[in-house]
Design a protein around this ligand. Structure first.
Ligand SMILES: [Zn+2]
Length: 903
C-alpha cells in the first residue's frame, strides 16, 4: 500500500465539516484587513489581482488573482487561522479507464528534479510540522493539499509540492512500481510465472471488491455517458495494464501545466510571499498553453434508461436472498450555476435526510431494504450534478416495488410540499455549519470549492453562503410553490433518469479472476524472448532500487530555531455542578456556538452487556425521549442543535498498559440562543429515554449492520489491527468487542433475529449503569459572554440526572481510582478541584500471542500485526515511535491515543 492514504475519491463532493473538533485559533482581523488592502488590477510577483471580496459569514477575505504569463488561477482566503493550507488542483479529464490520473498522482511522488529521493511526502513527515499532507484523484481533477502552522515549514512543503507536481522525474521504474508491470512471482527466479504487479493495480483491485463503490461508479458512468464521467479515473484493474509510460508522461505535460492549474492558499500567512515563491520556483519557467481539458455538457436524454449489473456476494449478509441494490438517478443542472446548485442541494436534503424526510419515511421504513443505496442524495462532483435514491439489501422480486415507492414519493411531494419546520431545520443546519469551524477549515473549504472551480464556476460566489440563504428565503416568500416546481422539473418531468440494479453473482470473483488471467495471457503471448529477458532484468533492478537506503538529505527540514519555544497555554476551569459533578469550562472565540460534552464511566457494567454498548449509543438519541416520539425528537435535534450523539469510549491509562477507562461520551453543539433547548433535550434523554419503538429499532439495527459490513472490504487493515491488539491488553480486548470483527458479526446476527425485542430489552439495563451522575464529568466550550448562562443550564441538567440504581457486582475486574491528568505541565492550565476517574483493570489478564485469520471471499488480503510496547509516560514510548512517523500515528489513530501499542 501507499505510505500515505493517497486514496481516490470517486465521489469527492465534500459537505461543510461536521466534525466536533473545536478550533484553537483566536479571532482577530489582521489577516483579513491586510488582504482587503489589495486592489483590483494590482500586480504582485507575476500575478494580477482580479477581485477582492469580504465574506463576513466565514470571517474571511477572498483575493482572486491570475498569473500573467501562464494564465494560472489563484484564490487566497485570508483568515485569522494559524493552520495555513495550500493546495494545487489540476483538471484531469481522462477518456479511458487506464487510471492515468491516478497513476500520475502516485508517480509524481517518486521524486522530482530538486528532490530526487523516493516518497518525498512520506520522508517529509519527520522533517516537518505539517498538520495534513495528501493527494486525491477525483473524477475530473487531482488535488494536492497540505497544511501547517509554521511559516518556515509552509515554505519547505510548498517547495516540495511545487517540485513534485511541476518537475517530477517520472522514471520508467517509478511507473513500473506505482502503475503496473509484468514481473515473475519471485522476481529472482525467472522460472516462476509472470504476474501483474503495481501499487495502483492492486489498490484498484481492492477498490473493486467494495460493492457500494461498484454501484456508485456505474451510476455515474451510465448517467453521464458522453465524456470523462463514462470512464474510471482511478483505473479499472483490467484496463490499467493498457497504460504506457509514454502516455503517462504525455498526460503530465498536458495536464500538470500552470495553464491548467488552480492554486489555493488559506490562513493568516501573508499572500505576497506565497505568490513570490510559486512564481519563482514554478510558474516563471512555463509559457501559456491552451489546455484541452474542458468537459462538454452532457446531452440530455429524451427517455429514461435502465441497466442491470452484478457484484460479489456479501459474505456477511444476514439474509442471502436480500442482496440486491436498486437506485434511481436524475441528471441535475451544471454545478457552476451556484444558486441553482445550492437550491437543489437543499432540496435533496429535504427529500432524503432524517426520519422526517419523504424518502426516508417511504423507503427506509418500508422494510424492503436494509439501508439507502450508496451515494444517495445530491452529488456535485461532476460537471452536471445528479441526484440518486434507492435501497440496498433488497430481495430481487422487490425491485419493482422500490421503484414504485420512489415514483409515488415524488408524486406525494408534489401534492403536499414540505412543512415549514423542515425547511427551518435545514436552514438552521446551514447557519450552524457556517459558524462551527473545525481546525481543518482550510481543507474543508478547498474540497468544497474544488468541483465547481474546476469547471470555471466562481469559487467566491460559492462561499457567500449568507447571500445564498437570503436569496433562497426570498424565492420561498415570493413563490410558496418554489420547491415543488423544482421537484416537478428535475424529478417528475425529467427524462434523463436512470434505473440501475445490481445483484450478487456467486461466480463474480471467479469471473473477474478469469478475465485477469486472459488479459495476462494476452500480454505474455505478445512478448518476444528479448522482452522477457528485459522484464526479468528490470524486476531485479526495481528490487535493488527499492531495498537501497534512501538519501533524504536533499529534502528541506525545520531547525529547532524555526520552532516557537513555547506553546500557548489553554486555560481550563473546573467547577462542581450540583456540588459534586466536575464540569470543565473553556472560554474560546467559538463564533456563537456552545459545545457541551459529558463522559459517563461504565465501570459498573456487567460484562455480558458490554457488546451491546455500541448499539445502545447509536440508538440512544434516535428512538424518542420523554413525550417526544422518534420523529419529533429528530425534528427538535435538527431545529435546535448541530447534532447530539453518544459513542463508546475506551481510554487506555497513560502509565499502565493494563489499566483503562471505559465509558460513553456524549457530544453536542448548538447556537448560543438554543442552549436551554439543547440541555432540555439532554435532560429528557437521560431521564426518560424511550426503548419502545420496536419497528423503528429494527430499522436502525439493520442500517447499523449494513454500514458496518459495507466497511469491511475497504477497512480490512483496521479490523486486522484491532483484532491483533486484542490479546495484548485488556483495553485492546474491549476495543475488539466495541469496534472489531466481533462487533460486525454480532450486529449481523441481530439482523437475522426474528424477534429483536430480546435485544431491545437489554438497553434499559445499560441505561442504569450509564445515564446517571455518579460517574459523570462534563465540559463546556463557549464564548466568555455565554459562560454564566451555560453554567446555569449545566447545573439544571446535572440536578435532573438521577443517581445510579445499579449495584456493582465485582467479577474478576477491579476498579482503580486515579486523578485525571492535571494539565499545567503540558499545554493546558487547569484551575479548580481535581477530578477523580474510576479506571478498570483485570488482574487475571495475561497478554499472549494469538493469530487469527478471517476467511472472506475478497481477492485482496489485509494483515495487521501488533506488539505490546510501553505506556505513554514511559521514556521508551517515544523510542518505540509513539507519535513519530506514520507507524506511531496509525497506532494512535486505530487505538484511540495513548495505547502503547504499535501496529
Ligand atoms: Zn492511489
Amino acid at each position: 500500500p501507499a505510505p500515505l492514504d493517497t486514496s481516490t475519491c470517486v465521489c469527492a463532493y465534500t459537505k461543510l465539516s461536521s466534525s466536533h473538533t473545536v478550533a484553537t485559533w483566536r479571532r482577530g482581523t489582521a489577516a483579513c484587513e491586510r488582504a482587503l488592502q489589495h486592489e483590483v488590477g494590482e500586480r504582485i510577483h507575476g500575478f494580477t489581482v482580479s477581485q477582492v471580496t469580504d465574506i463576513p459569514e466565514l470571517s474571511l477575505t477572498a483575493v482572486k488573482l491570475s498569473h500573467d504569463s501562464t494564465g494560472a488561477k489563484y484564490l487566497h482566503l485570508a483568515r485569522e487561522d494559524t493552520n495555513n493550507l495550500f493546495s494545487v488542483q489540476f483538471r484531469t479529464t481522462p477518456l479511458d479507464s487506464t487510471g492515468v490520473p491516478h497513476v500520475l498522482e502516485h508517480t509524481v511522488l517518486c521524486g522530482s528534479q530538486k528532490y530526487p529521493c523516493r516518497d518525498p511526502f512520506f520522508k517529509m513527515l519527520n522533517r516537518s510540522l505539517s498538520t495534513f499532507m495528501n493527494a486525491f484523484t477525483a473524477s475530473d481533477y487531482t488535488l494536492y493539499p497540505f497544511s501547517t502552522q509554521n511559516p518556515k515549514d509552509f515554505q519547505n512543503l510548498l517547495s516540495v509540492y511545487l517540485d513534485a507536481t511541476f518537475f517530477p522525474c517520472l522514471r520508467e521504474l517509478d511507473f513500473w512500481q506505482e502503475g503496473w508491470r509484468l514481473e515473475h512471482e519471485n522476481p529472482r527466479d525467472p522460472q516462476t510465472p509472470l504476474t501483474f504487479k503495481g501499487v495502483v493495480f492492486n489498490e484498484m483491485k481492492g477498490a473493486f471488491t467494495d460493492n457500494e463503490r461498484i454501484f456508485s461508479q456505474h451510476l455515474q458512468n451510465r448517467l453521464l455517458p458522453d465524456h470523462t464521467y463514462s470512464v474510471i479515473s482511478g483505473g479499472h484493474p483490467l484496463c490499467i495494464p493498457d497504460l504506457t509510460w509514454e502516455q503517462l508522461k504525455q498526460f503530465h505535460a498536458t495536464h500538470y501545466h500552470p495553464s491548467n492549474a488552480r492554486f489555493f492558499t488559506y490562513g493568516n500567512f501573508p499572500l505576497e510571499q506565497h505568490l513570490r515563491q510559486i512564481h519563482e520556483e514554478a510558474l516563471s519557467k512555463f509559457e501559456k498553453i491552451k489546455p484541452n481539458t474542458a468537459v462538454p455538457t452532457q446531452k440530455p436524454w429524451d427517455k429514461p434508461r435502465e441497466f442491470q449489473i452484478t457484484c460479489g456476494p456479501d459474505a456477511l449478509a444476514a439474509d442471502s436472498s436480500k442482496q440486491t441494490t436498486v437506485g434511481v438517478g436524475f441528471l441535475l443542472p451544471d454545478i457552476t450555476d451556484t444558486f441553482e446548485a445550492f437550491t437543489l442541494n437543499l432540496l435533496s436534503s429535504l427529500l432524503i435526510s432524517g426520519p422526517n424526510s419523504p424518502f426516508y419515511k417511504a423507503l427506509i421504513e418500508s422494510g424492503l431494504g436494509t439501508d439507502f443505496s450508496p451515494d444517495v442524495g445530491y452529488n456535485g462532483s461532476t460537471r452536471e450534478a445528479y441526484f440518486s435514491v434507492g435501497l440496498q439489501g433488497v430481495a430481487e422480486q422487490d425491485v419493482q416495488a422500490v421503484r414504485d415507492i420512489i415514483d409515488g414519493t415524488i408524486e406525494e411531494v408534489l401534492q403536499k410540499g414540505f412543512e415549514d419546520d423542515q425547511i427551518e431545520a435545514l436552514l438552521h443546519k446551514i447557519e450552524i455549519q457556517m459558524k462551527h469551524q473545525s481546525v481543518s477549515f482550510g481543507l474543508t473549504l478547498t474540497s468544497y470549492i474544488a468541483p465547481c472551480w474546476n469547471h470555471d464556476g466562481d469559487p467566491v460566489d460559492l462561499l457567500k453562503l449568507g447571500s445564498q440563504v437570503a436569496r433562497f428565503r426570498q424565492c420561498l416568500r415570493e413563490n410558496p410553490g418554489f420547491l415543488q416546481e423544482k421537484v416537478k422539473q428535475y424529478f417528475k418531468n425529467n427524462p434523463h433518469k436512470l434505473t440501475l440494479s445490481m445483484k450478487p453473482d456467486d461466480k463474480y470473483f471467479e469471473k473477474q479472476t478469469q478475465k485477469e488471467t486472459e488479459k495476462l495471457k494476452q500480454k505474455i503471448d505478445s512478448l518476444s524472448p528479448k522482452d522477457k529477458k528485459q522484464i526479468y532484468e528490470k524486476g531485479l533492478e526495481l528490487q535493488t532500487q527499492q531495498s537501497k537506503a534512501q538519501d533524504t538529505s536533499c529534502l528541506p527540514a525545520l531547525k529547532v530555531s524555526d520552532i516557537e519555544p513555547t506553546i500557548p497555554l489553554t486555560h481550563l476551569e473546573v467547577a462542581l455542578a450540583a456540588g459534586e459533578t466536575p464540569v470543565q469550562y473553556c472560554a474560546q472565540p467559538t463564533n456563537g456556538v456552545v459545545y457541551f460534552r459529558a463522559f459517563c464511566s461504565l465501570h459498573t457494567l456487567p460484562e455480558e452487556l458490554r457488546p451491546y454498548v455500541p448499539l445502545f449509543c447509536s440508538v440512544l438519541t434516535k428512538l424518542g425521549c420523554g413525550l417526544l416520539d422518534y420523529r419529533q425528537q429528530a425534528q427538535q435535534i435538527e431545529l435546535k442543535t448541530g447534532g447530539m450523539a453518544a459513542s463508546p469510549h475506551v481510554i487506555p491509562d497513560g502509565t499502565h498498559l493494563d489499566v483503562y477507562e471505559q465509558g460513553v461520551l456524549f457530544s453536542s453543539f448548538c447556537l448560543d440562543r438554543n442552549l436551554p433547548d439543547m440541555m432540555h433535550l439532554w435532560s429528557e434523554i437521560f431521564h426518560s429515554p424511550c426503548f419502545e419503538e420496536e419497528e423503528y429499532f429494527r430499522v436502525l439495527v439493520t442500517m447499523c449492520a449494513q454500514e458496518l459490513s459495507n466497511g469491511v472490504p475497504d477497512s480490512g487493515h483496521l479490523y486486522a489491527m484491532v483484532r491483533a491488539g486484542r490479546t495484548l491488553t485488556p483495553a485492546g480486548d474491549l476495543q475488539e468487542t466495541f469496534s472489531g470483527m466481533d462487533q460486525v458479526k454480532l450486529m449481523k446476527r441481530m439482523v437475522g433475529m426474528s424477534d429483536v425485542r430480546q435485544v431491545l430489552r437489554k438497553l434499559p439495563h445499560i441505561t442504569k449503569h450509564v445515564l446517571n451522575r455518579d460517574n459523570m464529568r462534563c465540559s463546556v466550550n463557549a464564548t466568555p459572554q455565554q459562560m454564566s448562562l451555560a453554567e446555569k443550564e449545566v447545573e439544571k441538567f446535572v440536578r435532573n440526572v438521577g443517581r445510579s440504581k445499579a449495584e456493582w457486582k465485582p467479577g474478576h475486574l477491579s476498579v482503580v481510582e486515579k486523578p485525571a491528568p492535571s494539565g499545567s505541565s503540558g499545554s493546558t492550565h487547569i484551575s479548580g478541584p481535581r477530578v477523580l476517574r474510576k479506571l478498570i483493570t483485570d488482574p487475571t489478564f495475561k497478554p499472549h500471542q494469538m493469530k487469527t485469520h478471517f476467511l472472506l471471499p475478497f481477492p485482496v488480503n489485509h494483515v495487521g500485526e501488533c506488539v505490546r510496547t510501553a505506556p505513554y509516560t514511559d521514556p521508551d514510548h517515544a523510542r518505540c515511535g509513539g507519535g513519530e512517523g506514520p507507524g506511531g500515528r496509525r497506532a494512535a489513530a486505530g487505538l484511540e491515543g495513548e495505547g502503547g501499542l504499535r501496529s
